[in-house]
Design a protein around this ligand. Structure first.
Ligand code: PPS
Length: 345
């Protein structure tokens, strides 16, 4: 199937699909691989791909683009707060970020399992979408109906988004070192009932370095964004730098976004968006509103969505062999790319 972006999507099949579906029970509707790029995405992507690609962005939009687990949610909260809630008094600030900052490509994730789609998001945004058409994608309709200024999340790479994205909107690309990413992503896939990963860490590292995880290949994602880092509408951000000095990174964001915040406002926002504060607000919200999407046994043992929030928490968790696999793969992929990560702060 040819997509508006020019990519050709082919369904995974045979032993490759059977193996992935044994390990990821949530991918009930299969997966596709796109050429060029080798992008692996849940089967329902093809239903939404052209709608996402043809989305008309507004001049004031900010798109936060990341490979999964690179600090998307943190950056969404920082950017949304800087733009909408600089004095920390916005009446809607306590509703989850996914209702304030739409995840434009998430409809395929809600529809990738065999069962009925999850409707948690819809319950949160009834005021904006009182009568949505379920066939058109809840996240897509939320994005279209959200008042400006919009802060939009995507895990898709640049080539699957509207080609004039950077001419119209601002893009913040967040990158994180692959060793923390693989452990954070593994946890995510075990925690989310919708993904239901039942394989081992060993296998997960193999999926990662063999470019078989959804939204990958990891390095291809970076290869599309990194050369655009000096584009006036692109801001490239490293998770590790935010961790080392959040206020300094927020000052750069302040210049990029033109928000003109004071030192005091930035100080307060840095505290408000710290791991501990975001985790606390998430727990408060889900204490009142049961989070049916998480596997409780994984949450109890390994933590929830807010797991560690560190740069370097991979240390002591990967075996020498797993580290070597990631190091070799990194070496091979960074020779020409020239990007350098910090692996701890
Ligand atoms: S997702 O599901 O792909 O959108 O996940 P994403 O938000 O990109 O990444 C989740 C990881 O970011 C950590 N996190 C934070 N770290 C530091 N400070 C703050 N405020 C923060 N908020 C979220 C989150 O804990 C996940 O990382 P791990 O390593 O798993 O803890």
């Amino acid at each position: 199937m040819r997509l508006a972006s020019g990519h050709v999507a082919v369904q995974l099949h045979g032993e490759e699909l059977a193996k992935i579906q044994r390990d990821f029970a949530g991918f009930g509707k299969g997966l596709v691989r796109l050429t060029p790029g080798g992008w692996v995405l849940p089967g329902p992507f093809t239903k939404y791909a052209d709608k996402i690609y043809n989305t008309k962005f507004h001049e004031g939009d900010v798109v936060i683009m990341t490979y999964p687990k690179c600090g998307t949610t943190w950056t969404q909260e920082v950017v949304w707060t800087m733009r909408n809630n600089p004095n920390l008094d916005h009446p809607k600030a306590s509703i989850p970020i996914k209702a304030r900052s739409p995840f434009i490509d998430s409809d395929m994730l809600m529809h990738m399992g065999k069962g009925a789609p999850r409707n948690e998001l819809l319950e949160m945004v009834r005021d904006i979408l009182p009568d949505p058409d379920p066939d058109k994608g809840i996240a897509l309709q939320l994005t279209a109906n959200l008042p400006d200024p919009r802060t939009i999340k995507t895990h898709l790479p640049l080539s699957l988004m509207t080609p004039d994205l950077l001419d119209t909107a601002k893009v913040i690309y967040v990158a994180r070192n692959p060793k923390d990413v693989v452990l954070s992503f593994l946890h995510h896939c075990r925690l989310m009932k919708s993904v239901d990963y039942v394989g081992s860490l060993e296998q997960y590292v193999d999926y990662f370095v063999q470019d078989q995880l959804i939204y990958g290949p990891y390095w291809e994602h970076l290869r599309e964004a990194w050369p655009q880092r000096d584009h006036p509408n692109m801001h490239f951000l490293f998770y590790e730098d935010m961790k080392a000095n959040p206020k300094a990174e927020m000052k750069k964001l302040d210049r990029f976004l033109g928000t003109n915040l004071t030192e005091e406002q930035l100080e307060k926002i840095a505290h408000y968006t710290s791991f501990e504060e975001m985790k606390k607000r998430d727990e408060d919200y889900y204490e009142k509103n049961a989070n049916k999407g998480l596997k409780q046994e994984v949450k109890t043992k390994e933590g929830g969505f807010y797991r560690k929030g560190e740069a370097g928490s991979w240390k002591g968790r990967l075996t020498e062999m797993q580290e070597a696999k990631i190091d070799d793969w990194t070496k091979k992929n960074t020779v020409e790319l020239g990007i350098k990560f910090k692996y701890s702060v």
